[in-house]
Design a protein around this ligand. Structure first.
Ligand code: ADP
Ligand code: MG
Length: 264
């Protein structure tokens, strides 16, 4: 992998994607070029239906474009084999969704561990169980929820569930987080604490963050915004630097990853 700082960490080139309904073409992405710089917190902003989630699915190789390419860290990823795409998605990026996608029967700790279990053989998982559990606990600690590790999703608030989903996305030590409307289902104050956590992961742990939102006020919290409209990128602008005092004023204490991991 290419770590040179001027190579965009994630890039879409000439992306086109249509859906078909009753053989009628619905063009959703009509030639999108976008490059996200390593280490930044960016926002992809646009009205509902503008194609943001479709683009995110393509960037995550959860779906394939009709035309165009996706590059991660100097390597093309959209044309990899299914296995190669799974590896890219499981190792290099963390994905967070509006509705958390937690498994209701599992505890917070088990939810954080679930992708690690699924991606290993039973034997492989049991061999690494201790270190994986320690890492999962460290990630729950990172998001300020270690004391809720035995709670199931129905016993948690929306903000807590999103924190668990963020902890889960950190398990594989990704370089980049893709978050689709991460605060979309939360009240303003809880959403604010999730935004602050994403900002901390960006500034303290060096993760690149790409946040998708329909809300201009949330997009303004990123370093850089890309605006989508009707399947096209129509604007790109930088925001004023965030006030460091307000960025660090989280209402749940969190520890940077390095400390959290070494403490495990
Ligand atoms: P956004 O995330 O910006 O709200 P989406 O990418 O979810 O937008 O959707 C863009 C457009 O594509 C919408 O008009 C939506 O109805 C349509 N769309 C999304 N997914 C599908 C699908 N699987 N089949 C058909 N149409 C879809
Ligand atoms: Mg969407």
């Amino acid at each position: 992998m290419n770590n040179s700082s001027n190579t965009p960490i994630l890039q879409a080139r000439g992306i086109r994607k249509s859906y078909y309904k009753n053989q009628i073409e619905l063009p959703v992405l009509r030639g999108v070029d976008v490059a996200f710089a390593r280490g930044e917190m960016s926002a992809l902003v646009g009205r509902s239906g503008s194609g943001k989630s479709t683009l995110m699915h393509l960037l995550a190789t959860l779906d394939q474009p009709d035309e165009g390419e996706v590059w991660f860290d100097g390597n093309r990823v959209d044309n990899l084999s299914r296995r190669g795409r799974d590896q890219y998605r499981n190792r290099e990026i963390g994905i967070i969704f509006q509705f958390y996608h937690l498994l209701p029967e599992l505890s917070a700790l088990e939810n954080v561990l679930a992708p690690a279990m699924i991606s290993r053989s039973v034997l492989g998982y049991f061999r690494q169980r201790k270190s994986l559990t320690a890492r999962a606990e460290a990630m729950l600690d990172r998001v300020g929820l270690l004391d809720r590790k035995t709670h199931k999703p129905c016993e948690m608030s929306g903000g807590e569930m999103q924190r668990v989903a963020i902890a889960r996305s950190l398990m594989s030590e990704p370089q980049l987080l893709l978050a689709d409307e991460p605060t979309g289902n939360l009240d303003t104050e809880t959403g604010e604490s999730i935004l602050q956590l994403l900002r901390q992961l960006n500034t303290e742990d060096g993760l690149t963050v790409v946040m998708i939102t329909h809300d201009d006020a949330i997009a303004e919290r990123a370093d850089r915004c890309y605006r989508m409209q009707d399947g096209l990128l129509v604007d790109r602008f930088e925001n004023e630097p965030a006030n460091p005092a307000s960025a660090s004023r989280g209402n749940i204490a969190t520890k940077p990853l390095a400390r959290a991991v070494s403490a495990a």
